[in-house]
Each structure stands twice: as structure tokens, then as C-alpha cells.
Design a protein around this ligand. Sequence first.
Ligand SMILES: Nc1ncnc2c1ncn2[C@@H]1O[C@H](COP(=O)(O)OP(=O)(O)OP(=O)(O)O)[C@@H](O)[C@H]1O
Ligand SMILES: [Mg+2]
Length: 284
Amino acid sequence: MIEKHLVPPFAPTMKSIDPLAVEVAGLVHHYGNFVALKGIDLQIHQGQIFGLLGPNGAGKSTALKILTTLLTPTAGSAHVAGIDVIQSPLQVRAKIGYVPQMLSADGALTGYENLRLSARLYDIRGKDREQRITEALQFMGMSEAAAKLVKTYSGGMIRRLELAQAMLHRPSVLFLDEPTIGLDPVARRHVWDRLLELRRQYGITVLITTHDMEEADFLCDELAILHQGTVTAVGTPAALKQQVGPDADLNDVFSHYSSGSALQEEGGRYRDVRKTRTTARRLG
Ligand SMILES: Nc1ncnc2c1ncn2[C@@H]1O[C@H](COP(=O)(O)OP(=O)(O)OP(=O)(O)O)[C@@H](O)[C@H]1O
Ligand SMILES: [Mg+2]
């Protein structure tokens, strides 16, 4: 039984005095004729770890790509750290870190070289650069592995390296798309610890997508469930469980708010296998 971490005392009181870390209103996204997001609303407070759940194809990655300025929405608005993602994408990029669903570290480079690339991307130069890289490696427990090629890393090490890359420029909001998929329980726990520590030390806000209900329960202050492009529930894990029934766990909550998705889930299993294989090929 995992002990639930303590929600920081500042989280509820910040609502009234600080701008939201993420604010989404009426967000719509079309891929051609297909409507992936049907007008979603989300509010995430500073310092929260917020979980976006939902079956395969629900639109989670699409929402994250819009919030990280990689996709332009068809309609609606989205603000990150108070900045409009459509009007001011460059300013938003300076405030955020993003770990995409597909592994993004380059397997042919060392961990250190990957971090150097990120530093260039974020325009971190000179003395600052080496200091930030050293700090990020230490924080993620990757100092010893830094000189090794990423293709020799375990899945957990790759995810931790990607987190190090995403935090290099000290972002205020982190977007993590299934950061622990395929990790063993120890590696997964290590990533959780680092995320909680990032929030504790830097007050960072985290938006995470996951299919892992234990992860959502342990890590997230608040959850939203997305089903076929619509938000069907929002609340704390405890409140959502209570809404569904006296003995409900998060699996019951998930099923309750994303019913009618059996066919999609079948398709999704295939998609997950395909994604994992593609990733393995890329890392050689
Ligand atoms: N580039 C694209 N072109 C057309 N359709 C797309 C594209 N990207 C995603 N879709 C479709 O949009 C829907 C939402 O996809 P998205 O990747 O956002 O879902 P998800 O919730 O992240 O799913 P998963 O849990 O499998 O990662 C899916 O039906 C998907 O097939
Ligand atoms: Mg996805």
C-alpha cells in the first residue's frame, strides 16, 4: 500500500490570488472531418499535479499538443501561465517543458549530448549551460549515466533524461504525456518521486496523462476524464470515487466516465503495441 503524498497547503489558497497555470475554454480540434476535441474546458491551479485520463483516442495527446503550441486549435482558447497559446506561442514555449508520448531522446547520442541539444534549443549559453546540465543530471539521478549512449539506457533512465531535458530552462508548467508507460514499478516510482520533488522545490505545475490508475491516485491532486473529445468528469481522486460509489476505486471511475469505449480500447491496444515498437526501432 503506497502512502498518499501530502498535497501542498498552498494549492487551495492560490486559486484566488494567482492566475491559473492552465486555462482551457471551449477547445475544439478537427483532424480533417474527424472531431478529436469537442469543446473542452480545464482549469489547473499553480503547483497542482493534474491528471488527464481517458481511453485510447480520447484526445489527451491532442490537448497536450495544443497547450505546448505544436498544434493550432480549430476553435476555443487556451492559456498557459496566463499567456495565450495561439497569440504568443514563443512566450508560452519559454514557460513550459514537454515530454511527448513517443520517446524523444536521441539514442545515438549520450545523455549529456542530448542535454546540450536541449540547452541550445532553449538558448541557454555559457557558464549557465554547464551548471544547468549538471544540476538537471543530479536532480534526476543521471550523473553517472550521462556519458553513455542513450540507446544503452533502460526505459526508466530515458524517461528521467527526458524530464531533465524538459526542466533545463526552469519552466513553470510541465506537460508529460504518459511518462511512465512501460516502466517497471521501481522505475515508475522513481519518476513519481522526482515529479513530487520538482513540485516541492520549484512549485512547478504538472499536467500528466496516464492510463495507470495507481499513478493517477498517488500523484494527482485533481483529475479530468476525457472521453471521445469531451470532458466527462473533473475532481479530486477521492471526490470522483465517492461520486461513483461507496467502494469505487479509480478503475471504476474510469469505466464509469468513459463507458461505451470497448471498441476503441481494442483498437488502442494495437496502437500501443505499434507505438512501443516504433520507439524501440528509433532507439535502435
Ligand atoms: N494527425 C492526426 N490525423 C488524424 N487523426 C488523428 C491525428 N492524430 C490523432 N488523431 C485521432 O484523434 C483522436 C485523438 O487522438 P489522441 O492521440 O489525442 O488520443 P489520446 O487520448 O492521446 O490516445 P492514446 O491514449 O492512445 O495516446 C484519435 O481518434 C486519433 O486517431
Ligand atoms: Mg496519447
